[in-house]
Design a protein around this ligand. Structure first.
Ligand code: GLU
Length: 459
């Protein structure tokens, strides 16, 4: 069987957005699941809209999520001569021709067609032109599209697709300045790069018959197409900036892990049984393009957060440490307890980092409601606890848990009397990590100092 070769072909007009990354991922998985190649092609022929920074941003996003492409990156901007050769070849073979219609003439044609309630299309005026062309018009080059019949292909997602020849006019393949157009170069590159399978958003569906015209004119083999439905926002409208972050790297800034993003994206348009969790390795084992969904999926923020927390929990301590900005020096055992506690309480790295910072910040003020319950008797109790703690050494979490228990028993109080007040002293507010865990992570000295800070505070 022929080796599967897929590609991702972004236009570098901005950051890589998540819809684009999903397309890239599907192509990557499809190629790798078949032991094939996944290529990257930068479609940067539009000088006005493309930027080098955007290309860099795309490569950076690929790097962050760990998608690896094969061979060198292809830049369309470096292949203009090649495209010229093919344009010339088609002209020489009578499969493409110069069209000298001026902008005014084109506008007039369109207006007339609109008046007659016809779909605007080029009227083949110069298709078989043999006369003397006007000297003041720089011509465009148009390709000869079939005049009758149908253009068909079997889409891997949408099934049998059929377009009437009348829907595809003799479209422009080279502008009057000589630059080739999008549908032309896509087809040339896909053919020359040996692309066998094209997975892309179904917003490209209407381009496909045009690209087929190019393939056929040049005698190239037509790849297999898979047009996947767009991602929708939670309100059912096409996903856009107003639904929140769009760029891949923005999600990094928001504290998402690349594993979670890939897992989230793969499920937006592909399913395997009822499974939700897929590492890249799982995806490679299970991905089959025949399971690409035919109906659009909705972006579900809660699910994304849930997945992110799942991967946060899976991240080993050392790796997690490398992802955090600030972490005070801690013993390994303390770090383990801290990470365990925070993994259970954070959905993003940002939440994780913020809670971490909070824990190590001396409380500046105390929550009003909790403070109201902090009576002189409780103050007394905490002072006793200070003495109790001072006399003890501990090197494990269990020892602290046991000590807390022992203290409550000796004082004949319920844990519910001591704990909220220790929480007030240590963190100044309700919620958060366990008390024994807190004492263990902060260490004896800091814990004592925080409790003293509260007991010596004047009301
Ligand atoms: N460059 C096109 C885009 O960014 C994709 C072309 C294709 O996948 O065929 O939308």
């Amino acid at each position: 069987m022929k080796k599967v070769v897929t590609r991702f072909a972004p236009s570098p007009t901005g950051h890589l957005h998540i819809g684009g990354l999903r397309t890239a991922l599907f192509n990557y998985l499809h190629a790798k699941a078949h032991g094939g190649e996944f290529r990257l092609r930068i479609e940067d022929t539009d000088q006005a809209r493309n930027s080098e920074a955007a290309t860099k941003a795309i490569l950076q996003a690929f790097n962050w999520v760990g998608l690896q492409y094969d061979k060198e990156v292809i830049y369309q901007s470096r292949r203009l001569e090649l495209y010229q050769e093919y344009i010339q070849k088609l002209i020489n073979e009578g499969k493409a021709y110069y069209c000298y219609m001026s902008k005014e003439e084109l506008d007039a044609l369109r207006q007339e067609q609109e008046r007659n309630k016809q779909t605007p299309r080029y009227d083949n005026r110069y298709r078989d032109f043999t006369g003397t062309p006007p000297s003041d018009v720089q011509p465009v080059v148009r390709i000869k599209a079939p005049l009758s019949g149908v253009i068909t292909f079997e889409d891997g997602v949408k099934g049998f697709m059929q377009f009437q020849a009348s829907e595809v006019d003799d479209f422009i393949i080279a502008r009057s300045d000589g630059t080739p157009t999008y549908n032309f170069v896509v087809a040339i590159d896909d053919a020359l790069m040996g692309i066998t399978d094209v997975i892309r958003g179904d917003d490209h569906l209407s381009n496909t018959p045009k690209q087929i015209v190019v393939y056929q004119a040049l005698g190239f083999e037509i790849p297999k197409f898979y047009h996947v439905p767009m991602i929708l926002g939670s309100d059912g409208a096409k996903l856009s900036k107003r639904h929140g972050a769009m760029s891949v790297m923005e999600y990094k800034e928001l504290g998402y892990l690349p594993e979670a993003l890939l897992n989230f994206l793969v499920r937006l348009g592909w399913s395997y049984q009822n499974d939700e969790i897929f590492s890249l390795k799982d995806m490679l084992e299970k991905f089959d393009a025949k399971d690409l969904n035919t109906s659009p999926s909705c972006f579900n923020q809660e699910k994304f957060l849930w997945l992110n927390q799942h991967y946060l929990k899976e991240t080993p301590t050392q790796k997690l440490e490398s992802l955090l900005n600030i972490l005070p020096p801690l013993q390994n055992a303390q770090k383990e307890v801290l990470f365990q506690e925070l993994k259970n309480r954070s959905q993003t790295l940002i939440e994780f980092q913020n809670q971490c910072t909070e824990i190590f910040t001396n409380p500046q003020n105390y929550e009003e409601k909790m403070l109201k319950k902090y009576t002189p008797e409780i103050k007394d109790l905490l002072e006793k606890f200070i003495t109790f703690l001072q006399e003890r050494e501990f090197s494990s979490l269990i020892q602290i848990q046991e000590s807390l228990h022992e203290f409550c028993e000796t004082m004949q109080i319920k844990a519910g009397t001591l704990m909220p007040n220790l929480r007030l002293a240590l963190f100044g507010k309700p919620g958060g990590i366990g008390i024994a865990e807190g004492i263990f992570i902060l260490g004896k000295q800091t814990s004592l100092q925080r409790i003293q800070q509260l007991t010596t505070k004047t009301h």
